[in-house]
Design a protein around this ligand. Structure first.
Ligand code: ATP
Ligand code: MG
Length: 397
């Protein structure tokens, strides 16, 4: 059976006024939109609704009973996919509020009581805007590439700890994509088996759609999923950069953070990932060889501008008594700041992996260093900076 375009729209409607509810119900019917949940209420009810299920991609929300619509919507944003589209409804014809809400990336602000012609016009842009006049902007999560200057320096260890902190403590929806299809260990760190379908997705990008993506995801918990594979070593895998681009783009519509564990070899896939990353976390040890390759990777990343940046981390510092390059020399030669130096911890990391546990879930010196690193990568926000975070959430990063 053919699926009509409007069958793909999932709408959540949270309105206080029964008459407004009727106007919206009629408007959705005339647009042939069948998948809708209509609830009497406002932002509070919307928050309750999305807390225990998948958020609809389209929300119509009454903010009239909310004293602080901006911060209430901020709270709602934490629980939704990055790609969510919102129309706010209020009783105030308030230009200041309108501007604030539009700055957040909200699609429209309508004043109650709703009129069917104004609402109809707004909904058409809301649902079909991209096709008709490109007014609706697409929204994407942040792409963070974890790249090792050498093999074995702790790239996967740090990526897995990072995603755990961001999903558990920062309440973001995160996916960890392990692009080493032969030797990747990301799912091992979580004591999970790899899923199936990653190779298929990369080799056949035209098959990638939200349904296909659902099947790739191996959930760690409600907010964190892993996409990985364990291909036979006899199998030669060849996929094009289009596969990675399509996969990462679709993932970034569903998750606030797409974290990619980049295999340690250089090919066009590595280069594509690095060129699309908003942030490259460059993991290195303090050896001379790593110093050389860290420099080459920074050059490959290119200009740090428009919010793109490289965070350089020296891991396993102090592993050797002699021979490690001093911090000053490392920075001077790289001509780049070293953001974090993480100590070698000879007791915990291996033991945690063996037990299928993530290190940052318990206290240690290394765990608190990884916490600082995480805050630095995601740019932990002070309360007054939250508006800008929300705007990057609703808008394209
Ligand atoms: N700071 C640290 N102190 C002690 N051990 C660490 C530290 N960081 C990572 N390790 C350990 O080093 C080993 C290799 O780590 P990991 O698998 O993350 O390396 P990698 O860079 O991803 O390797 P590959 O290039 O093979 O993907 C693991 O056993 C991990 O627990
Ligand atoms: Mg690894």
């Amino acid at each position: 059976m053919a699926v009509s375009k409007t069958d793909q729209f999932q709408v959540g409607v949270f309105l206080e006024d029964p008459q407004d509810i009727e106007v919206v119900r009629e408007a959705l019917k005339s647009l042939d939109i069948k998948k809708s949940d209509i609830v009497k209420g406002g932002v509070k009810e919307a928050i309750e609704f999305v807390s225990d299920r998948k958020s609809p991609q389209y929300l119509i929300i009454d903010v009239s009973k909310s004293d602080m619509p901006v911060s209430d919507l901020n709270q709602l944003a934490e629980l939704c996919d990055p790609g969510v589209n919102v129309i706010a409804v209020g009783v105030r014809n308030d230009v200041g509020l309108y501007r604030d809400l539009m700055k957040l990336g909200i699609s429209d602000y309508l004043v109650s009581p709703l009129f069917s012609d104004i609402l109809g016009h707004s909904l058409k842009t809301f649902f079909f805007g991209e096709e008709n006049n490109k007014k609706t902007h697409s929204k994407f999560g942040k792409i963070i590439a974890f790249v090792g200057a050498r093999g074995g320096v702790g790239t996967t260890f740090l990526a897995t700890n990072f995603v755990t902190l961001v999903s558990k403590e920062k309440s973001r929806r995160v996916v960890l994509l392990d692009l080493d299809l032969h030797f990747g260990t990301d799912s091992l760190y979580f004591d999970l088996k790899s899923g199936s379908g990653l190779r298929d997705a990369l080799e056949n990008p035209d098959r990638i759609d939200p349904l296909f993506i659902e099947r790739l995801l191996v959930p760690v918990d409600d907010r964190l999923s892993i996409v990985s594979s364990e291909e036979d070593l006899e199998e030669q895998i060849s996929y094009k950069t289009e596969g990675v681009e399509a996969l990462v783009k679709t993932l970034s519509e569903k998750f606030h953070y797409v974290v990619i564990d980049v295999p340690h070899y250089s090919n066009n896939i590595t280069q594509t990932v690095i060129s699309h990353a908003h942030i490259m976390v460059l993991v290195t040890d303090a050896s001379l060889a790593s110093l050389r390759d860290a420099g080459r990777l920074i050059r490959l990343f290119g200009a740090e501008e428009g919010g793109r940046k490289v965070v350089v981390v020296i891991n396993k510092s102090g592993l050797y008594d002699k021979g490690e390059v001093a911090l000053d020399d490392f920075e001077n030669t790289l001509a780049h700041k070293i953001s974090h130096v993480l100590p070698f911890d000879k007791s915990s990391p291996m033991d945690f992996i063996n037990r299928g546990k993530i290190l940052v879930e318990e206290k240690s010196v290394l765990a608190s260093s990884i916490r600082e690193l995480t805050n630095d990568i995601i740019g932990a926000k002070k309360p007054e900076e939250q508006i800008s975070w929300l705007s990057s959430f609703f808008k394209k990063n």
